[in-house]
Write a new protein. Structure first.
Length: 535
């Protein structure tokens, strides 16, 4: 693995067994290693007052701290992700209740609305990241939720194509930047190797939301005719109000940073003083770059240009563009396709649940395996290759009948092992400083949305209901994605070999001096000779 090749200083992340850290000789030895290997944070770093290069702790203490963070932070972030998917995905449920006919829309109008939403989504990505860096996560993220939920429940009253386009645009604008912002927020609380599983839990929450949304839709859409309103009216209204309540809760609950966790709903700190010390020092020993800047330090135009000029990221960006396209149209059209095949509104929504449940299991298993083996490329290839024979099977079915086989294949494609959390963690661990991490995460997410825009236009009305032409395009893109993964892996391996060659040519004194130069450390970032790309 790439991590095994790293020739830098002794691993400063080791902790003792379950001995008393105050008296154990092993703890003292660990503290000495920490003192030799840890770069002190900048004075503006929000956890600077908890930095202690001699600090040591037991494995049990760290596990307890991570579990507490999972309970107090991760659960709330997952709840916010639930609200995101509830308002973002209920449109596909509304399609089963004659939504298009009621508004006199075609499937092409639906595609255009989806495209408008995605374009606005990606247009707001960078502005939102700049707002987060200026005003902090605890205010910007909940305010985004409150804004899009307001639009979501008021869209229940739309009656025209123009209103449909406007609400799609507003929802996309307010949802843009939320996902990379939340991921970046999590990096302030978790070590790199802990991130992929947590991100998988985030996206599992999206699938749980798909399941709950389908269950809610199956019941709510039966309200069609209540007070003379269609079922989708009540669906948008109720889902939007649920998200509004979640956003309001988050506004008064979220912490500012690991050392500033007090809020209106939590007047006392989440962590004890010792736990804060463990939190800050374990994060800095895992990733010293987190201490180089303040959590609210602004990103400059030069920071953006530096991030975009990093060639080691270009392959990952291209992966974001193409890798999720093959499954996107099948997933987006699953409920509508089932309705067109003759299933009832209730059955169409209920039959979309198995794909979401399947994806939760496969995604968590893939992410856990990726974390265990410390490998990224092969796991992503497994996730992508899953869809290739299934898409080919759709092409092989005759253009009549076979409703249950189409359902089964569509469910397997929609429930594929989603590797987006792995790629997101992959990008995070291959960048160096926090500002660059925010920019690269936003760039990657923008490109993913560009891919979603492309995907939204692949299934066309002339090709319905079986979309043979569209599925041929999806097969070709799936093959392209597999090739890009292999090329990106070989590029990163090549860059690591080049670094190691230069590093081995240096004397011990030159290596020590090189690692001690903090100015160059921040300037060079992931181009440093003692930094190894993960693949």
């Amino acid at each position: 693995m790439a991590a095994d090749m790293e020739p830098g200083p002794k691993d400063p992340t080791r902790v003792t067994k379950d001995e008393d850290p105050a008296s154990s000789k092993a703890s003292q030895n660990v503290g000495q290693e920490h003192l030799a290997g840890v770069m002190p944070p900048h004075e503006t770093f929000e956890g600077y007052h908890r930095f202690d290069p001699t600090a040591s702790w037991t494995v049990k203490e760290e596990r307890r701290l991570v579990l507490k963070t999972d309970m107090l932070l991760l659960t709330v972030l997952c709840l916010m992700f639930f609200g995101l998917q509830l308002d973002r995905g209920n449109l596909s449920n509304a399609l089963t209740d004659n939504f298009l006919d009621d508004l006199h829309l075609t499937t092409n109008d639906y595609n255009n609305g989806t495209t408008i939403q995605l374009l606005c989504f990606l247009a707001s990505e960078f502005p939102v990241q700049l707002l987060i860096k200026r005003y902090g996560f605890r205010r910007v993220l909940p305010l985004l939720m409150l804004a899009w939920s307001l639009v979501s429940w008021t869209q229940a009253w739309m009656t025209t194509r123009a209103a449909f386009y406007v609400t799609r645009a507003l929802i996309g604008t307010f949802e843009g930047g939320f996902i990379p912002g939340t991921i970046l927020f999590a990096t302030y609380f978790y070590k790199t190797k802990e991130l992929s599983v947590r991100l998988a839990l985030f996206w599992s929450t999206l699938n749980i939301a798909r399941i709950i949304s389908s269950l809610l839709a199956a019941g709510i859409l039966e309200m069609r005719g209540t007070h003379g309103k269609p079922g989708w009216f009540w669906l948008f209204l109720i889902d939007g109000l649920i998200t509004f309540v979640i956003g309001l809760f988050a506004f008064f609950y979220l912490p500012q940073s690991p050392t500033h966790t007090q809020s209106a709903l939590c007047p006392r700190s989440w962590y004890t003083e010792r736990q804060e010390t463990i939190m800050i020092n374990r994060l800095l020993r895992d990733d010293p770059s987190k201490g180089l800047t303040h959590i609210k330090e602004r990103a400059t135009l030069q920071d953006v240009l530096n991030a975009w000029s990093d060639k080691s990221m270009w392959g990952l960006y291209f992966i974001g563009l193409v890798a999720y396209i093959p499954q996107n149209p099948v997933q987006a059209y699953l409920s509508l396709t089932l309705k067109r095949l003759g299933f009832s509104t209730f059955d169409s929504n209920m039959l979309s649940i198995p794909s979401a449940a399947l994806q939760i299991v496969l995604m968590l298993g893939l992410a856990k395996s990726s974390e265990y083996f410390g490998e990224r490329t092969l796991h992503c290839v497994i996730g992508e290759f899953w869809s290739l024979p299934l898409l080919a099977a759709l092409l092989g079915l005759p253009d009549y009948g076979y409703n249950w086989p189409r359902f089964a294949i569509g469910t397997l494609i929609s429930g594929y092992p989603y590797f987006h959390p792995i790629v997101s963690a992959w990008i995070s661990e291959n960048t160096f400083d926090v500002k660059k991490r925010a920019i690269t995460a936003a760039t990657y997410n923008v490109i993913v949305q560009v891919g979603a825009v492309i995907a939204s236009q692949i299934y066309r009305s002339y090709d319905s209901p079986y979309y043979y032409t569209g599925n041929k395009v999806l097969v070709a893109i799936c093959v392209l994605s597999l090739v890009v993964f292999v090329l990106q892996r070989e590029l990163l391996r090549y860059l690591n070999r080049q670094k190691e060659k230069k590093w081995n040519a240096m004397s011990s004194e030159e290596r020590i001096a090189y690692q001690a130069d903090q100015t160059e450390r921040e300037k060079e970032g992931n181009q440093r000779l003692d930094f190894r790309f993960k693949y």
